[in-house]
Design a binder for this molecule. Sequence first.
Ligand SMILES: C[S@@+](CC[C@H](N)C(=O)[O-])C[C@H]1O[C@@H](n2cnc3c(N)ncnc32)[C@H](O)[C@@H]1O
Length: 176
Amino acid sequence: MFEGGTYAAKKCCQLLHQYIGNSSNLAILDLGCGTGDQGRILREMGVKGFFYGIDMSPGMLESAKSKGLYKELKQSILPEIPYADNTFDIVISAGTLCSPGNAPSESLPEIIRVTKSAGLLCFSYRQHWFENQESGWKKIHEEMLEAGLMKQLCCEVDNYIPTQNISGLYFVCHKC
Ligand SMILES: C[S@@+](CC[C@H](N)C(=O)[O-])C[C@H]1O[C@@H](n2cnc3c(N)ncnc32)[C@H](O)[C@@H]1O
């Protein structure tokens, strides 16, 4: 079970599953959905939500579409999230945020904006990039917590790309 997929994808899904169990009817946004492994793994875990995916790569979106699990897939470049405020019960993002050359730190307020009140955010960060001031991710993450816009339910340090000895931070937060 849960074969394939990146370490970060599997880890995010496992963490999120601890909080949502096999809830149904959840609107779940997958940011940087890639080939759609988050949708596949969460379904294999028994999560029966409606999956929405965003990625900047048309090729990735085609691959995610072929899995037949996503209700809607949109091409967009983060920080832009083309959905209305308070749309999603869950926003998950594995391997996309806080990674050099990927989504900028301005993505975090946008993620909070599209999440429903008391909805859950689950994401991975590359640890070294979080701690590098240049990325801006640590600053914005702490600002969102201090402003009471989200509350951190868990933070775990774990592998990110084990074969390259790169470690990650894994968060589950809820929108206040
Ligand atoms: C390392 S892959 C992770 C894919 C998938 N989430 C997983 O864990 O298997 C990162 C994905 O994020 C997408 N991506 C990177 N930067 C992005 C941005 N600024 N906006 C939207 N998608 C982005 C890439 O196209 C790629 O599909």
